[in-house]
Structure formats: C-alpha cells, structure tokens
Design a protein around this ligand. Structure first.
Ligand SMILES: *Cc1c(COP(=O)(O)O)cnc(C)c1O
Length: 432
C-alpha cells in the first residue's frame, strides 16, 4: 500500500491527503497542570497537558496533525465506534535516559501493530513513520509517560459496516503503578519486580482461533471486565485466560493483558522456557518478542543475563508452543516449575506467584450471578469446599514469592535497554 497522494474514487480531482508529519501544528497549553507526587495517583487516571489528534475523511484524507491542549473530542452521536466498537489502540512507554532525554522502545513495532489493528477493523490506513514522527514530538513535550495512541471509526451512520471516517489521537499519562494489588501477597509494586496472583478462567474466553485476540482492538478487553472483577473478589490480581480444546485440555493463552512465560527444569539440569505461540489467539507483545530475542541470545552464549550464570551451564531451550494448565500443575507437583512471569509494556516483567482455579457451574445465566457464584464458591472453599462439586487449587512456584531469577534478570536487562544504559539492536529510540 502506497501512502502518497491518491485520487478519491468519485472521479473528483481532490487528492486524498496522506498523514503528513510536516503539517504538524503545535498549540501549547497556556497553563500547565501541577505534577502530582509519585504514589498519589493510579495508572491511567490522570492525563498530561497535551494530546495529538488528526482526523480522516474519505474525500479529503488525513487532516493536518495537531498537538493541542488535552480536552474532550466532539464526535457525531451516530459514530460507528459508539455503535460497533471500531476502536483500536496501542500502549508504549517513554523512559528518560541518563542524559534526561526521553526514549521510546521499539516504537516502529507499535506503529506497525496499530496499522494491523486498524486494517483488521477496516479503518482507514496511515503512514506509520509519519505518525511516529508526530508522537515523538508529543513525547518530547511530555516525557516519562505511558502513551496511548488510539484510533476510532467516526463514520456518522448507524448502518452496520466499516467506517471510512476516523479520528486518530494520542494521549499520555504519567507512569504510575499499573496494578492495584488486591491480594496481600501482591504488596510489592510490580514495577520494581513484584509478583501477581492469577485466577485461571475457562468459562469466559478472551480469544479463540479465527477471532481477533491477536490485535489490539478495544472490543477484546471489555468482555474481560466481569471475569476480572470475579478474580479480584477472590483475592486474585489478574485473570489467567484459558482456551478449552476439544480433547479436554485447557490451553494457557495470556495473563490479564500480558504474555505468559513458564520456566521449567529438565532432567539434564537445563531449563526450558515455554510461551504460547502467535496462533492468532495471542497478542503479539513487543515485550514478549524482546524477551524471546534476549533469551535466545543468552542461550547461544552471546548475551549475559546477570545474575544468571553466563554462559548457561546447561542448555537453555526456548519453545513457542501450546502450554496446557495441566502441564503446569504437573510441573508444580513434581517441583520442576521454576517460575512463571508475565510481560508487557506497562509492567515490563512481573512474577506470577500463585495460580488458582475455581470451577463454577456452567449454567449461570447472567454475568452478575457469575461474579456472585464465584464469590460464593470461595466461601464454599473456605468452608471445606464441599458444594456444587466446585474445586480450587493453587500452584506455588518453587522459586517462592516475587520475581524469580530469570524474570528478574530479564527485567533488569530490559530496563537497562529501555533507559539507553545498554544497547540491544537499537531498540531504544530518542525522541526529538
Ligand atoms: C498490549 C498487550 C500485551 C503486551 O504487549 P506489549 O507490546 O509487550 O506491551 C499482551 N497481551 C495483551 C492482551 C495486550 O493487549
């Protein structure tokens, strides 16, 4: 797909404008908000002074991008996104390097993934490099931030179908604690290498073969809110999303909005690291890919991952393959489950210290009942677990609480790369 000027399909000579970073208009806020003290806010709740915004019209193409004071966006009440959830987004972080300059981590990969999400939603396309230029300008104005590029279909029609109008905007939020720990065990802040507990859920499904779980579409996340509340009611931090197979296995897909890794000990004393494959049910995390690349370099002896011994004393094997919950419980029972961790931009690497499963009746009719039933089965479990045939079990990692040695090593290495203290493949890009 070329991004140069195109003629529209109506035989009119109006050129369709591409997204053009050289047309960026910057209007700075007259008064700046006070910077909140660390620890006084939650991730995502407050926003900075500026946002980046542009709109697509099918006859004229992309408007000039604008950086302007943060504020509401007027949209037509018939907008496609309000009726049919044509919303897609990205998540990136800017981190200050030792010189105090903000750096983005593999931002071209985020732009490409946004382009793919937009294409999956039949939204207008855009030049990823031009968008990155605009976002870098925004980040240079606002640093140390979580960045949320968002695109939504704004065709002013309730007709079911693709939106050929769009708004593309980017807002930024200071980096605060991503998880609100619900269990006492998650008291260590995950951003400094803490750990979370997961409730394994298979009666609700996050994604399925042929579905859209491999894209960052808004509609993939809201159906997870009810199961997330149920997990929180049971004292778990996040949901471990499972996918039932026809043969009775429960495949692990993701942990909340993080990719999942398990580290197991082999008979020969070496380690095998397993993560589910990108089969369309898994969001292709940039942290996941970075983790795999770092681990492969470590396994080959070309990268040190302190405090792990370097080179590894026994072969390190990395597998992208199906991973069933049953396999994890077997390893946990045999004492060969060394650690599990989740990866994602917001947390980097977070340890998984406990996985529990509550089996609830399948015939629950409403979502609200579902939450109640899970809470009730917790009480049942506390009372000896003897009703409805429900059961719970926990897996305790042999590495104990917190981030295990491998998760810790990866967290340290990724942070050093993101902060520009170490270089790996030019991943940390300066914003100017
Ligand atoms: C965004 C996201 C991830 C992590 O992706 P990163 O690029 O590493 O931030 C993992 N799983 C889901 C479901 C996500 O939405």
């Amino acid at each position: 797909m070329a991004f140069g000027p195109q003629m529209n399909g109506n035989g009119n000579a109006h050129p369709i404008a591409p997204l053009d970073a050289s047309r960026l208009k910057i209007q700075l806020a007259k008064t700046l908000k006070p910077i909140p003290a660390p620890g006084t806010y939650q991730f995502g709740d407050i926003h900075t002074d500026h946002m980046l915004i542009m709109a697509y019209h099918p006859l004229s193409g992309w408007s000039a991008p604008e950086i302007k004071p943060y504020g509401p966006i007027p949209i037509d009440p018939a907008s496609n996104c309000l009726q049919y959830a044509s919303n897609v987004f990205e998540g990136m972080k800017a981190i200050l390097d030792p010189q105090g300059k903000p750096r983005l981590f593999r931002p071209k990969d985020n732009m490409e993934r946004l382009r793919q999400s937009a294409a999956r939603m039949a939204l207008p396309t855009f030049d990823p490099d031009a968008l990155l230029t605009c976002i870098s300008k925004l980040v240079a104005i606002e640093s140390r931030l979580y960045i949320r590029p968002t695109m939504m279909g704004t065709k002013p029609s309730i007709k079911v179908g693709a939106s050929d109008h769009a708004i593309l905007y980017t807002i930024v939020t200071p980096v605060g604690p991503y998880f609100t720990p619900t269990s006492a065990s998650a008291s260590a802040p995950p951003t400094t290498g803490g750990a979370v507990s997961l409730l394994a859920v298979s009666d609700h499904v996050r994604s399925w073969p042929g579905g859209t779980g491999g894209f960052k579409l808004g509609l993939n996340y809201s159906p997870g809110f009810v199961p997330q509340k149920a997990a929180a009611a049971l004292g778990y931090d996040q949901v471990l999303w499972l996918l039932n197979t026809g043969d009775g296995r429960k495949l692990i897909t993701e942990a909340g909005a993080m990719n999942f890794f398990a580290v197991v000990k082999r008979g020969d004393g070496g380690m095998t690291i397993v993560t589910p494959p990108l089969d369309g049910t898994i969001l292709p995390g940039i942290t996941r890919d970075s983790t795999l690349q770092l681990l492969r370099a470590y396994a080959q002896g070309s990268l040190a991952l302190p405090p792990l011994p370097s080179p590894p004393p026994a072969p390190v094997v990395i597998e992208e393959r199906e991973l069933a919950l049953g396999e994890l419980t077997e390893h946990a029972a045999a004492g060969t489950l060394l650690e599990c961790f989740g990866t994602g931009t917001a947390v980097l690497v977070v340890g998984i210290e406990r996985i529990g499963e509550v089996v609830v009746d399948a015939k629950l009719s409403t979502e609200a009942e579902d939450v109640a039933a899970v809470a009730e089965s917790k009480e049942n479990a506390a009372n000896g677990g003897k009703t409805k045939g429900n059961g719970t079990f926990d897996i305790t990692m042999t590495s104990g609480r917190g981030l295990g040695p491998m998760g810790r090593a990866l967290w340290d290495k990724l942070l050093a790369i993101k902060e520009g203290r170490e270089d790996f493949a030019g991943w940390a890009v300066l914003c100017e």
